[in-house]
Ligand binder design. Structure first.
Ligand code: SF4
Length: 416
């Protein structure tokens, strides 16, 4: 009998790039990054948000460096983060005046761990090449990597017009979207080639070609990945708000990541008013974890609930357990090896509850409507205890704590 095999392509080989303490590409785990939405000139607000994003798990944080005051604030932001013990590398997002800012504010150029340059927003006409060169020369001088980040909303208009023209004159013109895909890739690859000519090593170049359509993004990255071995940053730009942004980003990135494409990701979610900016970090981690590419925090499987369970109790328990393990993970990560791989299940009734619970490291099956008010708990597939009464949530958390202490080896304490 033939058996079903789980087969996904291996990770694409890419040249590794060191960004501060973090390695991107070259076989390193896929890196999660995010971007602040504070005014970089506001040193305190930006420091606080960078620290929040880093605490949520962002391994790199990008800040816009758009004005002289913002460039002046960058070394202060770095120093404040260092004082807080937050080592997360900062990436500077540069646009039309980036060449001036890295020249006039060397403290900013030094404090950043990577520069993001958009070839479509460096300048126009002759100035474009000159200003791009200045940014790359700064990267060489300060030994920093760059991301050459092409974005379809700001694609170099001269390049696109030239390629559209050439296409129109060719005997067999292709449709406009094919020309645009080609223009995005050409912009990234030509800019990378130019950066190398100026003296930047391949191990200091990361590429991205962001688009907002799921199929567009997949098409472009497949082609880009096949044509070069630069490390690639993935992200669906302008993904949107709420579930739309999460679903679109997940749909696009999952396909590429499971094809072995992508070395670092960012999820460009628009926060709801008053929403948490760190949600984009959680979504990025969850994409990597649910696709089996990395583990960050124990995941809680929960049933959707149905008419068999009239109480919302199990939904609240699932939510509180997920929140609890995410919070506890900050401590567990320092103390125990491998807790991020733990799985938990919170199920609403006896129909699927015990079965699903048995597949998790720890599972609880709550009573459905009309069932006896007891909640069996399964540990490593075996029924361990049956909880009842008013403190099922508290007792379940205690079981989780004890399991972590018992199951995962203590990390060696660094004597220094
Ligand atoms: S486990 Fe029970 S409550 Fe949950 S969806 Fe299945 S039948 Fe409904």
């Amino acid at each position: 009998m033939s058996m079903v095999q789980s087969a996904f392509p291996p990770r694409r080989n890419s040249v590794g790039v060191q960004v501060g303490s973090i390695r991107i590409g070259g076989g390193a785990p896929i890196v999660v990054q995010s971007m602040t939405n504070t005014d970089t000139e506001d040193e305190i607000a930006t420091t606080v948000q960078v620290a929040q994003l880093a605490r949520a798990g962002s391994e790199l944080v990008r800040i816009t460096v758009n004005t002289a005051e913002a460039a002046r604030a960058v070394p202060g932001i770095r120093a404040r983060l260092d004082d807080m013990g937050c080592q997360v590398p900062l990436i500077g997002d540069f646009h039309f005046n980036g060449h001036k800012l890295v020249t006039e504010y060397p403290g900013c150029a030094r404090a950043l761990a990577k520069y993001r340059i958009n070839p479509g927003n460096v300048g126009h006409g002759k100035k474009r090449d000159e200003q791009f060169s200045i940014l790359i020369e700064a990267a060489c001088k300060y030994e920093k990597p760059v991301r050459i980040g092409v974005n379809w909303g700001s694609l170099d208009p001269e390049l696109l017009a030239r390629m559209m023209d050439e296409n129109a004159r060719s005997g067999d013109p292709r449709d406009a979207s094919a020309v645009m895909y080609e223009a995005l890739i050409t912009s990234a690859l030509q800019s990378a080639e130019r950066a190398e000519e100026i003296g930047l090593g391949r191990d200091r170049i990361i590429l991205s070609c962001k688009m907002s359509g799921v199929r567009d993004l997949i098409t472009v990255y497949r082609a880009l990945a096949a044509r070069c071995d630069y490390a690639l940053h993935l992200g669906l730009t302008e993904a949107g708000m709420g579930s739309k942004g999460i679903v679109a980003s997940t749909a696009a990135l999952s396909v590429l990541l499971l094809e072995g494409i992508g070395d670092t990701i960012r999820i460009s979610l628009t926060p709801e008013p008053g929403g948490d900016r760190a949600r984009e970090v959680v979504v990025a981690q969850e994409i990597l974890q649910t696709t089996g590419l990395r583990a960050f925090v124990p995941l809680v499987a929960a049933c959707p609930g149905c008419g068999r369970t009239t109480s919302t109790y199990f939904q609240e328990l699932a939510e509180s357990i997920q929140g609890y393990v995410r919070e506890q993970m900050l401590v567990w990560r320092e103390e125990y090896e491998g807790v991020e791989n733990m799985t938990l299940a919170v199920m609403g009734c006896v129909v699927n509850g015990p079965g699903e619970s048995k597949h998790a490291n720890i599972g609880i099956s709550l009573p459905g409507s009309g069932e006896r008010p007891v909640a069996p708990v399964f540990v490593d597939g075996q029924k361990a205890v049956t909880l009842k009464g008013d403190n099922i949530a508290g007792e379940f958390r205690q079981i989780v704590d004890e399991y972590v202490q018992m199951k995962y080896p203590k990390k060696a304490v660094d004597a220094h």
